[in-house]
Design a protein around this ligand. Structure first.
Ligand code: NAD
Length: 445
């Protein structure tokens, strides 16, 4: 089964609880538009390489579509449409005024030179310039794209369209109209959700013995100190993926007193039950060095560690029916998009391991992208503190709304997040009239 079909099962489950007209579900069955192109990109050695590239705008009921652009060898039409579907529900769940989209290029970005990387990024915009726009579809970074790539893409769009249409792309460098706090936004946003879930109000519903999740309030206030000087922490966490999302999330959690016992990337990982110094690990990895501390573990071992919280922050479909019964974590905190397959979710549900869902946990990036888009449109600026304060408010509000539905309707947190989103989209669709209205005999209303 394709990734989109697997995800759409969520739509059917959530529909049973959302109390909206069935036409809304019908409208959300298929992506509104997907454009696929072949990009001819000449490499530095003179050879020509053809790259498949995509942009899908899944649904724009709530506003212009918004979603990242990723460079990865797994990129294909099904993956991009599935991720655009996720963006549609993420934006609705977190209450940004956007629909959902996604783009990508099927390429191993790590094999490109800097010049090839820039050329491919500009060629992507050449191909999609008429498909995107500040009021229609707004790209942002995702896997193997970053603020520099967004800068190249914006420069190319500006070259083609003229003027200063800064709001066409978010996640830009600050000097080109970006916003402070965008780089850390997804990781920090994830932490704000976790902070809320660990509050006395919600902690009992994680079904974790209290002793395992006792967040020491004095540590909550502590700023980061080298691990060997820190007191022993109560909560243990393993983070899969040490890129933009994984690093900033692990860093923030570590600063707030959570013991990060393992981190890993696509090659391998590091494990130390006493905790890892996230900043030291980051510096070493950025310089292409081996993990500077802990014992080396494989990605498979990392996922199966006996920790309180497992945070997949790399790629999709890493928790599957193959390994779901071996997961020892007490809570799964989904920072990557779609890291858990629906079959794995069933197994985890039976094992009473709660999943805090991706469309909530990793929405921090699109929230701060929304602030950037607004600032660009109004030619305003915001400080990093203002950005993080507003981000925290939006993440915590959405967490509360999800938890209300989770508890009142006795449904999983994922279904609760989808119900929240589906209700918002469904209400907007319903305003324009459905069969119930148009087939009414009373036309004189
Ligand atoms: P990134 O490219 O910065 O980092 C990806 C990390 O995952 C790297 O450390 C890489 O080594 C690791 N990785 C790749 N394949 C792996 C594998 N098979 N096993 C283990 N690790 C692997 O990407 P990112 O921006 O941090 O995105 C990570 C995830 O978060 C993706 O699923 C992305 O869609 C999602 N996400 C990102 C953002 C954002 O703002 N960047 C927002 C929402 C969701």
């Amino acid at each position: 089964m394709g990734m989109l079909d697997d995800l759409k099962k969520q739509l059917d489950i959530a529909f049973q609880y959302a109390q909206i007209d069935s036409e809304s579900r019908e409208r959300l069955q298929y992506p509104a538009r997907t454009l696929q192109v072949a990009i001819p990109c000449r490499h530095d050695d003179g050879t020509l390489h053809m790259y498949k590239a995509f942009r899908c705008q899944y649904d724009s009921t709530l506003g212009p579509t918004k979603g990242g652009i990723r460079y990865h060898l797994n990129v294909c039409r099904d993956e991009i449409e599935a991720l655009a579907f996720l963006m549609t529900f993420k934006n609705a769940c977190i209450k940004t005024p956007f629909g959902g989209s996604k783009g990508g290029v099927c390429v191993d970005a790590t094999a490109l030179t800097h010049r090839e990387y820039e050329r491919l990024s500009k060629l992507y915009i050449d191909a999609f310039a008429d498909f995107i726009g500040p009021d229609t579809d707004i790209p942002a970074p995702d896997m193997y794209t970053n603020e520099r790539v967004m800068g190249w893409m914006y420069a190319e769009y500006q070259q083609l369209k003229g003027g200063h249409p800064r709001a066409v792309i978010t996640g830009k460098p600050i000097a080109l109209g970006g916003i402070p706090g965008r780089i850390s936004a997804t990781g920090y946003g994830g932490y704000y959700v976790l902070e809320q879930m660990l509050s006395p109000k919600y902690r009992p519903f994680l079904k974790i013995p209290d002793k395992d999740l006792k967040l020491d309030q004095s540590l909550l206030k502590a700023t980061f100190s080298p691990i060997n000087k820190s007191p022993r922490r109560d909560i243990t966490m393993a983070v899969q993926g040490f890129g933009n999302v994984g690093y900033w999330f692990a860093k923030k959690c570590s600063e707030k007193g959570i013991r990060i016992v393992a981190v890993g990337d696509k090659i391998d990982g590091a494990f130390d039950m006493n905790g890892l110094d996230i900043n030291v690990c980051k510096i070493a990895r950025d310089q292409g060095q081996d993990w500077p501390m802990g014992t080396k573990i494989s990605g498979k071992e990392l996922l199966e560690l006996d920790v309180d919280i497992l945070a997949p922050a790399a790629i999709e479909n890493v928790i599957t029916s193959e390994n779901a019964d071996k997961i020892k974590a007490k809570v799964i905190f989904e920072l990557a998009n779609n890291p858990t397959t629906s079959e794995a979710e069933k197994i985890l549900e039976e094992r009473k391991i709660p999943i805090i869902p991706d469309i909530l946990c990793n929405a921090g990036g699109v929230v701060v992208s929304y602030f950037e888009w607004l600032s660009n449109k109004h030619a305003e600026s915001r400080t990093e503190r203002e950005v993080n304060t507003s981000l925290r408010k939006m993440m915590q509000y959405a967490t509360q709304k999800m938890m209300e539905r989770h508890l009142n309707l006795n449904i999983s947190m994922r279904t609760a997040a989808y119900v929240l989103a589906l209700k918002r989209i469904g209400d907007a669709i319903q305003c324009l009239g459905t069969k119930h209205y148009f087939s009414s005999l009373n036309e004189t209303e």
